[in-house]
Design a protein. Structure first.
Length: 133
């Protein structure tokens, strides 16, 4: 017996779950919950279609929400590493030289140059390329 896709059943699923573009963390969590439920059971063709749709919507949201923009990538990485390593702005001053420079970099007013990236890489024990845009 060959299974065939039933548009009416799919319409019922769409009506029940109302999938749409995900625009908030709460909506993302809700979609993840549905996907997790569908993941752990044998799905019908219609449920599999809904499953694939939700995964696509989740991936789109997470790429936009969790990926820092290219423009602020090095600053975001620096702030992230600073927080994760429980270091302070003063620690950066000792690495980069001046409070003014550190403030300008953290505020996005100045880009990190190659030499500063090298120093930050050594300081955080990561690749210096993380700080280069």
């Amino acid at each position: 017996m060959t299974l065939s896709f039933n548009p009416d059943k799919y319409k019922e699923l769409l009506t029940a779950y109302l999938p749409k573009l995900i625009k908030s963390e709460a909506e993302n969590e809700q979609a993840l919950g549905i996907v997790e439920d569908l993941m752990h059971r044998e799905r019908t063709l219609e449920e599999d279609e809904l499953y694939q749709l939700l995964i696509t919507l989740i991936e789109k949201f997470e790429q936009e929400y969790y990926q820092p923009s290219q423009q602020n990538n090095s600053t975001s990485m620096l702030l992230f590493l600073l927080e994760e390593s429980e270091r302070s702005r003063d620690d950066l001053v000792s690495v980069l030289g001046t409070e003014n420079l550190v403030d300008n970099i953290l505020n996005g007013q100045e880009k990190i140059n190659t030499e500063q990236a090298r120093k930050l890489g050594e300081f955080f024990h990561v690749e210096s390329s993380l700080f280069i845009e």
